[in-house]
Design a protein around this ligand. Structure first.
Ligand code: ZN
Length: 186
């Protein structure tokens, strides 16, 4: 089922999400809905707060990206209760966008290597190193479950330049191909 995506301005996007417990009801269905929603909106990642749930869950699929861009190769993965333990390497710039902040694409600086502990959809525990674009998409989605948006990582001057655009998104004064939930309609 395709879910509406919560737009910039929605308080749930600013909350630190809660860990998911083993007895969380409807988790499998929610994960399926998040895949449906992400693909429908043509995203490479989607975090639970973007569909209105303040839980530590996100999905990514970088296999959709150009093969040359993703090294060594793309991954399709569910991340439950992820914990970022380390970020390293020389910071690099990569253009990011966000399904909750349509039509804004900005180069953001992040570290290229991360170490992450997480559970998959079958509750298998992993501790894994991710690099490059895979790390990048995980960092973006991980920020979501911490209540952080990629625009927070912009340099203040650049951020000021998109303020008007952000206010328009907040008020729902934008056109999107995907159903969105703006703050004025709750
Ligand atoms: Zn995002």
């Amino acid at each position: 089922m395709i879910l509406p995506i919560y737009a910039y301005g929605q308080p749930v996007l600013r909350k630190k999400s809660m860990p998911i417990t083993l007895d969380y009801i409807g988790l499998d269905a929610l994960i399926q809905d998040m895949w449906d929603t992400m693909y429908s909106a043509k995203g490479v990642g989607l975090a639970a707060p973007q569909v209105g749930k303040d839980i530590r869950l996100f999905v990514i699929d970088t296999t959709q990206l150009d093969k040359k861009e993703v090294s060594p190769e793309g991954i399709k993965r569910v991340f439950i209760n992820a914990e970022l333990s380390d970020e390293s390497g020389d910071p690099w710039l990569y253009e990011e966008g966000c399904l909750s902040i349509p039509d804004i694409h900005v180069e953001i600086e992040r570290n290229p290597v991360i170490r992450l502990k997480y559970f998959d959809a079958e509750w298998n525990e992993f501790t894994e190193t991710f690099k490059g674009v895979n790390a990048r998409v995980i960092q973006h989605e991980y920020d979501h479950i911490e209540g952080i948006l990629f625009i927070d990582r912009m340099k203040p001057l650049k951020r000021r330049m998109i303020n008007r655009k952000l206010e328009k998104i907040k008020k729902g004064e934008i056109e999107t191909n995907h159903p969105m939930r703006f703050v004025k309609t709750g």
